[in-house]
Design a protein around this ligand. Structure first.
Ligand code: HEC
Ligand code: HEC
Ligand code: HEC
Ligand code: HEC
Ligand code: HEC
Ligand code: HEC
Ligand code: HEC
Ligand code: HEC
Ligand code: HEC
Ligand code: HEC
Length: 244
C-alpha cells in the first residue's frame, strides 16, 4: 500500500510539476536550399554546456533561461526585410519587451536653450530668416514640416543645417554624437514609438540585423571556429548539410 501510494504521489507530482525543459526541443530539423540540417539542440545545451542565452539573445531585459521558451530566429532574422516583414513582424513577439531589441532608441524634444543662444549669436538672423521670409522671428515649424514640401526643407534638415552653422563638429562623430542635442525616450518598454531605422542609420537594415542564413551560419560556425570544434571549414558543409 505504502509503495503504491508513494508511486502515485510521484506520478501525480510529476504530472502537475511542469517539466523543467519542456520548452526545449531535443533535435531540430532545418529544411533549406543547402540541404537538410539536423541540429542536436539538447546535446548542445546539456552536454556541451552552452547557456540558452548564448544562442537566444531575444531580449536584453530578460535573457532566455532553462524553463523559458525562446523565439524562432526568423522572427528577427527573416530572409528579407521586405514589406511582408514590416507588416507581419509585429505579431511574432509575445510582448513589447522584444520590440526594443530593434526599435532601441527614439528621440523626443531637442535639447536647445533659446535664451542662452540669443547670447551666443550676434543677431536673431543668425538662425531666423530675414523679414523677406519671416516677417518676425517665429517657430520654424510654421513653415518647415515633418517632410520636405515643394522643395522646402523638412524641419529635420532645416534644424540640422541651421545648428551646423556653429556646431559642425557635433555631426562629425556620426550616430554617437546625436545625443548632444537629442533627448531620448525611455525605451525599457516599447510604447508604440516608431522612427524608421534609416532616419538615423545610413546603412540598410540587413547590415544592422543580419538575414536568416547569415544568422545561422555566423552563430553556428563562429562558435565552432572559436572553440576549434564541430564543423566550420569551407570543406565541412556536408557535416551539417545532408545532400543526396
Ligand atoms: C554548423 C552547421 C553548418 C555548416 C558547417 C554549414 N551550414 Fe549552411 N546552414 C546551416 C543552417 C542551420 C542553415 C539554416 C537553415 C534554415 O534556414 O532553416 C543553413 C543554411 C544554408 C543555406 C540555405 C539558404 C536558404 O536560402 O535556404 C545554404 C545554401 C547553405 N547553408 C550553404 C552552406 C555551405 C555552402 C556551407 C559550407 C561552406 C555551409 N552551408 C555550412 C548550417 C550549416
Ligand atoms: C547552441 C545554441 C543554442 C543553445 C545553447 C540553445 N538553443 Fe534553443 N535553439 C537554437 C536554435 C538555432 C534554434 C532554432 C530556431 C529556429 O528554428 O529559428 C533553437 C530553438 C529553440 C526553441 C524553439 C523556438 C521556435 O519557436 O522555433 C526553443 C523553445 C528553444 N530553442 C529554447 C532553448 C532553451 C530554453 C535553451 C536553454 C536551456 C536553449 N534553447 C539553448 C539554438 C540554441
Ligand atoms: C528578438 C529579436 C532577435 C531574435 C529572436 C534573434 N536575434 Fe539575432 N540579432 C538581433 C539583433 C537586433 C541583432 C543585431 C544587433 C546585435 O548584434 O545585438 C542580432 C545579431 C545577430 C548576430 C550577429 C552577431 C552578434 O551576435 O552580434 C547573429 C549571428 C545572430 N543575431 C544570430 C541569431 C540566431 C542564430 C538566433 C536564434 C537562435 C537569433 N539571432 C535570434 C535580434 C534577434
Ligand atoms: C541659435 C539660433 C537662434 C537664435 C540666435 C535665435 N533663435 Fe529664435 N528660435 C530658434 C529656433 C530653432 C526656434 C524654434 C524652437 C522651437 O520651435 O521650439 C526659435 C523660435 C523662436 C520664436 C518662437 C517661439 C515660440 O515658442 O513660439 C521666437 C518668437 C523667436 N525664436 C525669437 C527670436 C528672437 C527675437 C531672436 C533674437 C533676439 C532669436 N529668436 C534668436 C533659433 C534661434
Ligand atoms: C515663414 C516661413 C519660414 C519660417 C518660419 C522658417 N523658414 Fe526656413 N525657409 C523658408 C523658406 C521659404 C526657405 C527657402 C528659402 C530659399 O529657397 O531661398 C527656407 C529655407 C531654410 C533653410 C535653407 C537655407 C536657407 O537659408 O535658404 C534653412 C537652413 C532654414 N530655412 C532654417 C530655418 C530655421 C532654423 C527656422 C526657425 C528658426 C526657419 N527656417 C523658419 C521659410 C521659413
Ligand atoms: C550662432 C552660433 C550657434 C548656433 C546657430 C547654434 N548654437 Fe548651440 N551653442 C553655441 C555656443 C557658442 C554654445 C556654447 C559653447 C559650446 O558648448 O559649444 C552652444 C551650446 C549648445 C549646446 C550645449 C552643448 C553642450 O556640450 O552641452 C547645445 C545642446 C546646443 N548648443 C544646441 C544647439 C541647437 C539644437 C542648435 C540649432 C537649433 C544650435 N545649438 C545652434 C552656438 C550656436
Ligand atoms: C546640433 C544639434 C543636433 C544634432 C547634433 C543632431 N540633431 Fe537631429 N535635430 C536637431 C533639430 C534642431 C531638429 C529639428 C527640431 C525638431 O524636430 O524638434 C532635429 C530633428 C531631427 C529628427 C526629426 C525628429 C522629428 O521629431 O521629426 C531626426 C530623426 C533627427 N534630428 C536625427 C538626428 C540624428 C540621427 C543625429 C545624429 C547623426 C542628429 N539628429 C543630430 C538638432 C540636432
Ligand atoms: C528584428 C528587428 C525588429 C523587431 C524585434 C521589431 N521590429 Fe518593428 N520594424 C523593424 C523594421 C526593420 C521595420 C521597418 C523598416 C524601417 O524602419 O526601416 C519595422 C517597422 C515597424 C513599424 C512600422 C510599420 C509600418 O507599417 O510602417 C511598427 C509600428 C513596428 N515596427 C512595431 C514593432 C513592434 C510593436 C515590435 C514588437 C512587438 C517590433 N516592431 C519589433 C524591425 C523590428
Ligand atoms: C532615433 C535614432 C535611431 C533609430 C530610429 C534607430 N537607431 Fe539604431 N542606433 C542609433 C544610435 C544613436 C546608435 C549607437 C551608435 C553608437 O553609439 O556608435 C545605434 C546603434 C545600432 C546598432 C549597433 C550597431 C551599430 O551600427 O552601431 C544596431 C544593430 C542598430 N542600431 C539597429 C537599429 C535598427 C534595426 C533600427 C530600426 C528598427 C534602428 N537601429 C533605429 C540610433 C537609432
Ligand atoms: C556556442 C557554441 C556553439 C554554437 C553556437 C553551436 N555549436 Fe555546434 N558544437 C559546439 C560544441 C562545443 C560541439 C562539440 C564538438 C565536439 O565535442 O567535438 C559542437 C558540435 C556540433 C556538431 C557535431 C556533433 C553534434 O553534436 O552533432 C554539429 C553537427 C553541430 N555542432 C552543429 C551546429 C549547428 C547547426 C549550430 C547552429 C544552429 C551549432 N552547432 C551551434 C558548440 C556550438
Amino acid at each position: 500500500m505504502l509503495a503504491v501510494a508513494a508511486l502515485l504521489a510521484v506520478a501525480v507530482f510529476g504530472y502537475v510539476q511542469p517539466g523543467k525543459t519542456q520548452h526545449m526541443p531535443v533535435r531540430i530539423l532545418f529544411k533549406n536550399n543547402g540541404g537538410k540540417v539536423i541540429f542536436s539542440h539538447l546535446t548542445h545545451h546539456r552536454d556541451y554546456q552552452i547557456d540558452c542565452a548564448q544562442c537566444h539573445h531575444d531580449r536584453q531585459s530578460a535573457p532566455v533561461t532553462e524553463n523559458d521558451s525562446a523565439l524562432a530566429c526568423g522572427s528577427c532574422h527573416p530572409n528579407e526585410f521586405n514589406e511582408q516583414f514590416v507588416t507581419e513582424h509585429i505579431d511574432s513577439f509575445k510582448d513589447e519587451s522584444y520590440c526594443v531589441r530593434c526599435h532601441h532608441v527614439e528621440y523626443s524634444s531637442v535639447n536647445f536653450d533659446h535664451d542662452e543662444h540669443t547670447g551666443f549669436a550676434s543677431d536673431c538672423s543668425d538662425c531666423h530668416h530675414g523679414a523677406e521670409i519671416e516677417p518676425e522671428p517665429q517657430k520654424c515649424t510654421n513653415c518647415h514640416q515633418e517632410k520636405p514640401v515643394n522643395g522646402l526643407l523638412s524641419m529635420r534638415e532645416a534644424g540640422h543645417e541651421s545648428c551646423a552653422n556653429c556646431h559642425d563638429d557635433m555631426f562629425d562623430k556620426g550616430l554617437s554624437s546625436c545625443k548632444t542635442c537629442h533627448n531620448s525616450v525611455d525605451m525599457t518598454k516599447y510604447q508604440g514609438d516608431y522612427t524608421s531605422c534609416s532616419d538615423c542609420h545610413d546603412v540598410e537594415v540587413r547590415e544592422l540585423v543580419i538575414p536568416r542564413m547569415n544568422a545561422f551560419h555566423d552563430q553556428c560556425l563562429s562558435c565552432h571556429e572559436s572553440m576549434g570544434v564541430g564543423p566550420y571549414g569551407p570543406d565541412e558543409c556536408n557535416q551539417c548539410h545532408i545532400t543526396r
